[in-house]
Design a protein around this ligand. Structure first.
Ligand code: HEM
Length: 153
């Protein structure tokens, strides 16, 4: 499980990189009214792919560790900030973000004009990246802090 945790920790940086790239490309697309390019499409593809792998690793951690088990003591778990975060909040928020990324990609593909593609990208990927940023257990968070990175010893 330590290996999965290391990958889950490090892959967060790829998710953030592609997520922010996609988000800023959408902003620039809306403002400059430029065409929707292959670069826009591939940046949101890599954002989606990194989220898919991150979801898979997260589910492995969730069901193989203490977090899913803790739901059996639901009331006790909800009273403890750390337990509640990893047994409930983190996974739920990240799954909502993952759905937004997938729905967003389909919606952007279906839009007929460049302007509506950029607007939809901004809406869906923008909301997703905000949720992701807010739900990461950053080292500066009070009780749920986790390290910036992990490596193999
Ligand atoms: C874009 C999606 C996600 C990102 C960016 C993300 C990011 C992170 C980060 C940075 C950590 C701290 C890792 C460490 O301790 O070094 C973490 C922990 C964890 N994540 Fe995620 N995560 C995502 C999705 C998910 C999902 C969908 C689940 C499953 C429901 C999940 C389950 C967990 C669990 C159980 C831990 C705690 C592992 C432990 O300390 O025992 N994650 N996540």
């Amino acid at each position: 499980m330590q290996t999965v945790l290391i990958f889950h920790n490090l892959l967060r940086w790829a998710v953030l990189l592609f997520g922010l790239l996609t988000f800023f490309r959408a902003i620039s697309g809306v403002i400059s009214k430029r065409t929707f390019t292959g670069g826009d499409s591939s940046s949101n593809f890599w954002f989606m792919l990194s989220c898919d792998i991150q979801l898979l690793l997260g589910l492995i951690l969730y069901f193989n560790g203490q977090w899913f088990e803790r739901l059996k003591n639901f009331h006790e778990t909800m009273k403890n900030t750390d337990y509640r975060f990893f047994s409930f909040e983190h996974g739920v928020m990240m799954i909502i973000a993952w759905i937004l990324v997938h729905v967003g990609r389909v919606s952007v593909k279906k839009a007929s004009t460049a302007s509506s593609k950029h607007k939809r990208a901004l809406l869906f990927f923008g909301l997703a990246i905000i949720l992701i940023l807010a739900s990461i257990p950053w080292p500066f968070r009070d009780t749920v802090m986790r390290p910036w990175y992990r490596w193999f010893n």
